[in-house]
Design a protein around this ligand. Structure first.
Ligand SMILES: Cc1cc2nc3c(=O)[nH]c(=O)nc-3n(C[C@H](O)[C@H](O)[C@H](O)COP(=O)(O)OP(=O)(O)OC[C@H]3O[C@@H](n4cnc5c(N)ncnc54)[C@H](O)[C@@H]3O)c2cc1C
Length: 456
């Protein structure tokens, strides 16, 4: 064998697995067809959050006057894109170093799996062999095949627009649609969301969804629900969207944020005997192993939760299992925090109120308050915090936050929740004043309860 481990895909999961395996002395190759760093670094979490920061300045400027400031703000899109690109290049180099420093090799090519232990390098036209293969090829944006769909962009292109459109239509209801809606709106683009469902962020706690929807309204983001795009047509510089309700409207740009699909097309997995799910993702066992014993898969390509920290953790565990004589099972998904870095920010961990109520008797603590930063300003928006506990022993089952710093708060609360914390443990923590987080440790009595599945 040429290598102990061949990793296909140099994204979050692949790079972590390669780095750890190389650290444990394995001979490792990472094959990357595009840029090392993958979705998260090159066209996902990182550039997205940098854009979110850019968009948030407009809200800061809005309230600055209440604090005595006069701001004459101008925004220059090319400056943001150029500075973002510089930071992404820096991170890309750091990811390359993470593989190469401990002795791994990066091969810049497209890989096609040819057997349980072999991979063909498309450009180089040669085959390499490995004791184990790790498929970490991630996913790509799914675009519905409707007439004119090629006129639309996806999140991939949104990071490289030459100029900001005057208006944009975003098709989708998930976190990518939500985040880009507030990025574009914050940067002054007239933004409309069209979604086939009844509201965005399906699966999140209903109060968060309602609060988020109100936040979009307050920011002038138009939402068209229970509607789809039938076709797109070019009209001068604009794109006309024909909606399922019979309405037509022109937009400067149209973005599809309609989900993602696993990168398994043309990868050769079936020929190597690897079973695939109907949606193209790769089913794996608790150790991230496919049905072919020498082939493992981690990250988005497995169709589990599509989050960077999970891909990283799964990659690390595969390296532990194969090269550190330390078999590690995949992650407990029941307490994985997740955030929507939109405006207002949304973060959540554990069970939603609706789900928790079906599991047993629960107490629900809700706080709604104006974040202190807003109090001098006319901005009426409120922050929402919801803590859900088991009625009998007070175990904290879910935490849902909408408002500034939501993700940071939920990240920290994930620690006690992972330890099985109860309401009494939260109560024992001394409040830090004045903070938003102190609300979490000063809840007195439940706002309402569920007994036998009924709200009382
Ligand atoms: C807009 C956006 C925002 C996001 N924001 C967040 C966020 O805030 N927080 C969060 O946790 N997650 C976020 N995600 C999700 C996160 O980016 C992914 O979960 C994560 O990158 C998955 O890592 P991965 O290793 O599975 O795949 P990827 O990072 O996608 O890496 C796969 C790599 O494989 C390469 N590849 C594919 N096929 C081949 C082949 N045949 N040969 C060689 N190389 C190949 C690709 O070029 C790519 O570099 C976001 C995603 C998007 C799209």
């Amino acid at each position: 064998m040429d290598f102990d481990l061949i990793v296909v895909g140099g994204g979050s999961g692949g790079v972590r697995a390669a780095r750890m395996a190389a650290t444990y002395g394995a001979k490792v190759a990472v094959i990357e067809a595009d840029r090392v760093g993958g979705t998260c670094v090159i066209r996902g979490c990182i550039p997205k959050k940098l854009f979110v920061y850019a968009a948030r300045f407009s809200e800061i400027f809005e309230i600055a006057g209440s604090y005595g400031w006069t701001v004459d703000a101008q925004f220059d899109w090319p400056t943001l894109v150029a500075n973002k690109d510089k930071e992404i290049a820096r991170l890309e180099a750091a990811y390359e170093a993470a593989v190469e420093k401990p002795g791994g090799t990066i091969i810049r090519d497209r890989a096609i799996v040819t057997g349980p232990n072999s991979v063909r390098l498309q450009k180089a036209g040669r085959e390499i062999t490995g004791r184990y293969l790790l498929i970490a090829t991630g996913g790509h944006p799914y675009v519905p095949s409707l007439p004119g769909c090629e006129l639309g962009i996806t999140s991939n292109e949104a990071f490289h627009l030459k100029q900001l459109p005057h208006s944009i239509l975003i098709d989708g209801g998930g976190y990518v649609a939500a985040e880009f809606a507030t990025i574009f709106a914050g940067l002054g683009v007239h933004t409309t969301v069209v979604y086939r469902g009844r509201g965005m962020l399906r699966g999140f706690d209903e109060d968060l969804r309602a609060g988020f929807d109100a936040g979009l309204e307050a920011r002038g983001v138009r939402r068209i629900y229970e509607t789809t795009i039938r076709k797109l047509e070019k009209s001068g510089d604009d794109i006309v969207a024909h909606f399922s309700d019979g309405v037509d409207a022109p937009f400067g740009a149209v973005m599809f944020a309609t989900g993602r699909r696993a990168n398994t097309g043309g990868l050769g997995l079936e020929a190597a005997g690897v079973a695939l799910n109907p949606d193209g993702s790769v089913p794996v066992d608790n150790y991230s192993r496919t049905n072919v014993p020498s082939i493992y898969a981690v990250g988005d390509v497995t169709g589990r939760l599509q989050l960077t920290p999970l891909a990283v953790r799964e990659g690390w565990y595969v390296a532990e299992t194969l090269f550190n004589n330390n078999p590690m099972m995949s992650v407990d998904l029941s307490l994985v925090g997740t955030a929507v870095f939109a405006e207002p920010e949304v973060a959540t961990i554990g069970l939603s109120e609706a789900d928790a109520a079906t599991h047993g008797d629960i107490d629900v603590y809700v706080a709604r308050f104006r974040p202190m930063l807003n109090t001098l300003s006319p901005v009426p928006e409120r922050m929402l915090m919801k803590l859900i506990t088991e009625a009998n022993d007070g175990r904290v089952l879910g935490l849902h936050i909408l408002g500034p710093g939501a993700a940071e708060l939920v990240q920290i609360a994930a620690i006690p929740m992972g330890m099985g914390a109860r309401k009494a443990d939260f109560d024992r923590a001394m409040a830090m004043h004045p903070t938003a987080g102190e609300e979490l440790v000063t809840f007195k009595s439940p706002s309402y309860r569920y007994r036998g599945g009924v709200k009382v």
